[in-house]
Design a protein around this ligand. Structure first.
Ligand SMILES: [Zn+2]
Length: 303
């Protein structure tokens, strides 16, 4: 899954290229989009702005029309000079927004719909967003307060599941979930009721720091995909970018203990942690969760 920062980067790059521009052409291979385009043509409208909302990308056009896409695992938006050769085949094209200078091309985007402001409001799948970690108004205080509100309403929820919940904090994905919990020294399986205000503040701070660093990292120009190089350790060496994510069975960079991995939550997402740097704390006698430390076959690590 793309992380919020990558979607944010995609939105920023699209904003730079086509934001404020008049659409000179629109093509799509998706019938629901084509229908709307036939009834209320996109050509001639202005792209007012492009917005990332969690993992959704929203392209706003003048005249109350919003193209909403979710890239899931396979999709990407590319930006090309109008007329330049695409890097992917035409058969994978799902939509093209053309302006005088640029073409924004959606490849393999599995979820794409036009909305009006009103239908968007009613569309429940697009998160009624929690506090966006990358928004201007986000501070450690507001982030910690949001976590505290969620803890009060969901005392038994596990912290790493809460960190992924886009209605709590919008933007964090599965990689940063583990990285943020590690950085704050919080065992990812702890119940919200055990998390102290200080730990919440630390997690809010690391969430913002990592997301911002990764946004700044990307040049935002040229091809936009969500397979960016994430970094949390401050080390740009490819093999030393992350503290715990994808490092099952390897030594903790702080203490040398073996990093554990365990599937967590209803969606069974992989969670990585150091059992020594992130000690177990429970209000009841629940035993500490144990994960696998066997080294996985190297190769692509899913997130
Ligand atoms: Zn450790």
């Amino acid at each position: 899954m793309p992380e919020g920062d990558t979607i944010y980067r995609a939105a920023r790059a699209l904003n730079r290229a086509i934001g404020g521009q008049v659409v000179t052409g629109f093509e799509t291979a998706l019938a629901p989009l084509a229908r709307v385009n036939d009834d209320t043509p996109i050509t001639g409208r202005t792209v007012t702005h492009v917005e990332a909302r969690g993992k959704w990308l929203l392209i706003h056009f003048s005249g109350d029309l919003i193209l909403v896409t979710h890239m899931l695992m396979s999709g990407s938006w590319h930006i090309y000079r109008t007329g330049a050769l695409w890097r992917l085949g035409r058969s994978r094209m799902r939509a093209v927004i053309r302006t005088a200078e640029w073409e924004a091309v959606a490849f393999n985007v599995p979820v794409a719909r036009f909305h009006t402001a009103r239908s968007l409001e009613r569309y429940s799948q697009i998160p009624k967003l929690g506090l966006d970690v990358l928004a201007e108004g986000f501070t450690v205080e507001t982030g910690a307060r949001r976590l505290a509100e969620f803890a009060a309403a969901n005392p038994k929820a596990e912290i790493a599941v809460a960190l992924l919940n886009q209605r709590v904090l919008a933007g964090l994905g599965n990689v940063y979930k583990s990285e943020v919990a590690f950085s704050a020294g919080v065992n990812p399986f702890r119940a919200m009721e055990t998390i102290t205000p200080g730990e919440m503040a630390q997690m809010a701070e690391f969430a913002q720091r990592y997301m911002k660093a990764n946004v700044l990292d990307g040049s935002g120009d040229g091809i936009v995909t969500y397979f960016g190089n994430r970094r949390t350790t401050g080390n740009s060496n490819r093999d030393e970018r992350l503290w715990v994510y994808g490092r099952q069975g390897q030594e903790c960079r702080r203490c040398g203990a073996a990093i554990m991995m365990r599937k967590q939550g209803e969606q069974a997402r992989s969670t990585y942690w150091c059992p020594s740097c992130q000690p177990w704390i429970a209000l009841d006698p629940t035993p500490a969760p144990v994960g696998r430390t066997g080294v996985v076959r190297r190769g692509k690590v899913g997130c």
